[in-house]
Design a protein around this ligand. Structure first.
Ligand SMILES: Cc1ncc(COP(=O)(O)O)c(C=O)c1O
Length: 351
C-alpha cells in the first residue's frame, strides 16, 4: 500500500529523499540464501577493498546505521576519558545530535564560533590550550564537517592546513563526512583529496543522504588514531546482524560513479535554485551556495505560506533565515516549481 503521494518533494533535507533504484537493486541482489551475520559476510569483506580504493591502503571501514553513531563511535575511539574534541559551534555533533556525544559517548566538546561553519588553524587555537593542566579536559581531536552545516565546502588545502596544525600540537582530526560526496563533487576532486591526502585521521562517511536506504561508515584512515572500533560499535548498539545489506548498498554507491552522479546532481539543483531566487525582491541568499544547501532570508509571512505548500525548515527564527536542501532525486521541474512558488508568495509577477 502506498500511503503518500510519491510526486511530492520538498526542500527540507536530503534524507527526505527515497532510495536510489540502483541501491534498492543491490539490496535485492544480496537477498538470496543465508550469509554469516554480524559483518562476516562476503559483501562486508568486499567493501574493505572498495573503501581502500577510495581512501588508500590503510583505510578500514566499519558500517553503522546512522551518522550520529558514526560520529560518536569515531570520537570515542579517538579519545581517552579525560580528552576533548574541538569543533565549530555550529557542528552537527554540537547542535543536532541530542547531546549524543556527551550523553552516549561521554565526550566533552570544546566549541568555537565561526563565521561560516569552518574552522581554521587560528580558530582551532581558541580551544587548543591547557595541555597538561589537570583542571582542563585535554584537547585531543579537531572535528570538522565537509560540507559544513552552513552549506560551505572546505578545500583540500584548507583541510591540510588544519590537519598539519592539529598534528603539530598532538591533536588528531576527525571529519564528519555526512555529505563528503557533495563536497568532493563540488570541487571535482576524489574523496581521498579531502580526507586521506589532506591528513584526516578518522572519517564518518555518509551514505543515507546520497541515496542509501540507511548506512554510514566509520572509516579509520590512520590506524594509530583510533582503538577498539570493533568493540565500541557493538557496545554502542551499532553492530548490524544483517550487515550484508548495509555493505551491499555501499558497494553499489562506491564501486562505480553512483556517488558522484548523485552528488553532482544534488549540487546542480542547489545552484539552480539559488540562481532562480537570488534576484527576487524580498529574498536574500546570505551564504555562498557551494553544494546542495541554499540558505535564504524571507519575510516571515512568506515562509509560513510557502511551508504550507513545500516542506523546509526555518534555520533561524530571529533572522527569518530558512534552509533549502536539494537531494539526489530533486528534479529541475521540482526546483522550478518551488522557485515559482517563492515568487508567487512574494507577489512577484512572472516576467
Ligand atoms: C553533518 C551531519 N552529520 C551527521 C548527521 C547525522 O546523521 P543521522 O541523522 O543519520 O544520525 C547529519 C544528519 O543530518 C548531518 O547533517
Amino acid at each position: 500500500m502506498i500511503r503518500h503521494d510519491p510526486r511530492l518533494k520538498g526542500f527540507a533535507s536530503d534524507n527526505y529523499a527515497g532510495v536510489h533504484p540502483e541501491i534498492l537493486q543491490a539490496i535485492a541482489d544480496a537477498n538470496g540464501g543465508h550469509q554469516i551475520s554480524y559483518g562476516d559476510d562476503v559483501y562486508t569483506e568486499a567493501l574493505q577493498d572498495i573503501f581502500r580504493r577510495h581512501f588508500g591502503d590503510r583505510a578500514r571501514a566499519w558500517p553503522v546505521f546512522n551518522g550520529t553513531a558514526a560520529n560518536v563511535i569515531s570520537l570515542r575511539a579517538m579519545t581517552a576519558q579525560w580528552e576533548a574534541v574541538i569543533c565549530p559551534e555550529t557542528a552537527h555533533i554540537n547542535t543536532d545530535e541530542g547531546g549524543a556525544p556527551e550523553v552516549a559517548g561521554g565526550i566533552k566538546l570544546l566549541t568555537v564560533p565561526t563565521p561560516d561553519g569552518k574552522l581554521t588553524p587560528e580558530l582551532v587555537d581558541r580551544q587548543a590550550w591547557g595541555f597538561g593542566d589537570v583542571h582542563r579536559a585535554q584537547p585531543k581531536v579537531v572535528s570538522i564537517s565537509n560540507t559544513t552545516e552552513l552549506g560551505t565546502v572546505y578545500t583540500p588545502g584548507e583541510i591540510a592546513a588544519i590537519c598539519a596544525h592539529a598534528h603539530e600540537r598532538g591533536l588528531l582530526v576527525h571529519l564528519d563526512g555526512s555529505r563528503l560526496t557533495n563536497a568532493a563533487a563540488a570541487l571535482d576532486v576524489p574523496l581521498r583529496a579531502l580526507t586521506t591526502d589532506a591528513g584526516v585521521d578518522v572519517l564518518s562517511f555518509g551514505g543515507t543522504k546520497i541515496g542509501l536506504l540507511y548506512g554510514e561508515a566509520v572509516v579509520v584512515l590512520n590506524p594509530e588514531a583510533a582503538t577498539g572500533v570493533d568493540y565500541i560499535r557493538k557496545t554502542f548498539m551499532q553492530l548490524s546482524s544483517k550487515m550484508r545489506f548495509v555493505s551491499a548498498q555501499f558497494e553499489a554507491l562506491l564501486s562505480g560513479d553512483l556517488w558522484l552522479r548523485n552528488a553532482r546532481h544534488a549540487n546542480a539543483m542547489g545552484r539552480r535554485l539559488a540562481e532562480a531566487v537570488r534576484d527576487l525582491p524580498g529574498v536574500e541568499v546570505p551564504r555562498p551556495v557551494e553544494a546542495n544547501a541554499v540558505f535564504a532570508v524571507l519575510p516571515a509571512d512568506v515562509t509560513q505560506r510557502l511551508q504550507k505548500r513545500f516542506r523546509f525548515y526555518t534555520w533561524n527564527e530571529a533572522t527569518g533565515e530558512v534552509r533549502w536542501m536539494c537531494a539526489w532525486d530533486t528534479t529541475e521541474a521540482d526546483v522550478d516549481a518551488f522557485a515559482a512558488a517563492v515568487a508567487e508568495e512574494l507577489g512577484v509577477q512572472p516576467s
